[in-house]
Design a protein around this ligand. Structure first.
Ligand SMILES: [Zn+2]
Length: 190
């Protein structure tokens, strides 16, 4: 089914509309990003106002993080939305081996970066999903100008299935609500 026939989807994407109850407006799908890996103990980098937050030998930047011999890369975890050609993305961190981290950093220094991808653990809990453990993923660079993408290994978690087959708009609204932004009441008719 095309989502365009869902009036809530049309309202969600209509930047000229304001909600009759509160005046809020929406401009369609927005991502949910993470300032740092969940295990990072030194607080929020963005709130600190620093490009790189350094505490002892631990370092956190916008895209790279080193902590206690652990290495993290900021990624996106895309999930297509059924009935559209759009996708929603979480912006979580993945942990990678020291060898992969160095190869990734080296690749990004070159003019035409090439990185073969590597294994990575998803290291942020994602709202709206059962997250009992870190999830095994492939980290892939599809476009060198964009953040690398995490794909959860097939058969390990519901997310793997949703990444391949898409999730519904209703599920997306559930995810936003679980993340503290329940916009469902604001997509209703006047
Ligand atoms: Zn409202």
């Amino acid at each position: 089914m095309e989502l365009n026939s869902d009036p809530r989807w049309r309202r969600f994407n209509d930047a000229t509309r304001t909600c009759p109850c509160c005046g809020q407006g929406f401009q369609g799908i927005f991502d949910i990003g993470y300032d740092h890996p969940q295990v990072w103990p030194h607080g929020n980098r963005e709130a600190s106002g620093q490009d790189i937050l350094e505490v002892g030998r631990d370092r956190l930047g916008t895209d790279l993080c080193e902590m206690d011999e652990h290495y993290f890369v900021r990624a996106i975890l895309p999930i297509p939305i059924i009935g559209t050609d759009q996708y929603f993305a979480f912006g979580p961190w993945g942990s990678v081996s020291e060898k992969s981290f160095k190869a990734y950093v080296e690749a990004n220094k070159s003019i035409a970066p090439t990185f073969d991808g590597c294994f990575s653990w998803l290291r942020n809990d994602l709202p709206g999903f059962e997250m009992d453990d870190w999830l095994p993923c492939d980290l892939e660079v599809e476009d060198p100008d964009q953040r690398p993408r995490l794909y959860v290994h097939e058969g390990t978690h519901e997310l793997a299935n949703l990444q391949r087959n898409g999730m519904t708009f209703d599920r997306l609204l559930d995810v936003y609500a679980a993340a503290g932004q329940d916009i469902r009441p604001h997509l209703m008719d006047a």
